[in-house]
Design a protein around this ligand. Structure first.
Ligand code: HEM
Length: 135
């Protein structure tokens, strides 16, 4: 019961994190054509990407602590997990460049970066379904 509750609570944070990366990246993309999205938005999206990595890793840690082994996944599930981890790495990277250089970018560059974060978030969300059902 204790471990199941832990998984459920981690999943709550992980699901809301997914909502934030998809929703806020999409919002950034929508406004980027007209004006630079506030730096605070880039910071929020970067933190949301990091939270996804952290809560995702916490799933594995809870399994390791209770079963003394990492989750037993193969094939498509491993591929889906690698895709998710790569999306987090690239998402954090995109938002970090946005925080550093965003204010001096052209509208097209801004749109490309925010579109990138949106596409990565959708890709991770799609991979989540494959990780769930092939593991
Ligand atoms: C380092 C990155 C990540 C790791 C290690 C990770 C890990 C996990 C794990 C272990 C689960 C539970 C799988 C299961 O129920 O069998 C999960 C579920 C989920 N993840 Fe992630 N995740 C990561 C990133 C992301 C990202 C970036 C998103 C979305 C933008 C995301 C969205 C979801 C969703 C929606 C679920 C629930 C799937 C379902 O139960 O149908 N994850 N993730």
């Amino acid at each position: 019961m204790g471990t199941l509750l832990e998984y459920a609570l981690i999943q709550v944070f992980h699901n809301f994190g997914a909502l934030l990366v998809v929703g806020l990246s999409g919002y950034g993309f929508r406004v980027a054509l007209r004006h630079p999205p506030p730096q605070m938005l880039a910071l929020l999206v970067m933190l949301a990407w990091l939270a996804q990595g952290l809560t995702g890793a916490t799933f594995g840690w809870v399994t390791y602590r209770s079963d003394h082994r990492l989750p037993d996944i193969h094939g498509i599930a491993v591929g889906a997990l690698m895709i998710k981890i790569s999306c987090v790495g690239m998402g954090v990277g995109l938002m970090a460049t946005c925080l550093r250089w965003g204010p001096s970018w052209s509208a097209h560059r801004r749109m490309a970066i925010w579109a990138g974060s949106t596409v990565l978030a959708c890709l991770a969300l799609t991979a989540a379904a494959f990780l769930r059902w092939f593991s």
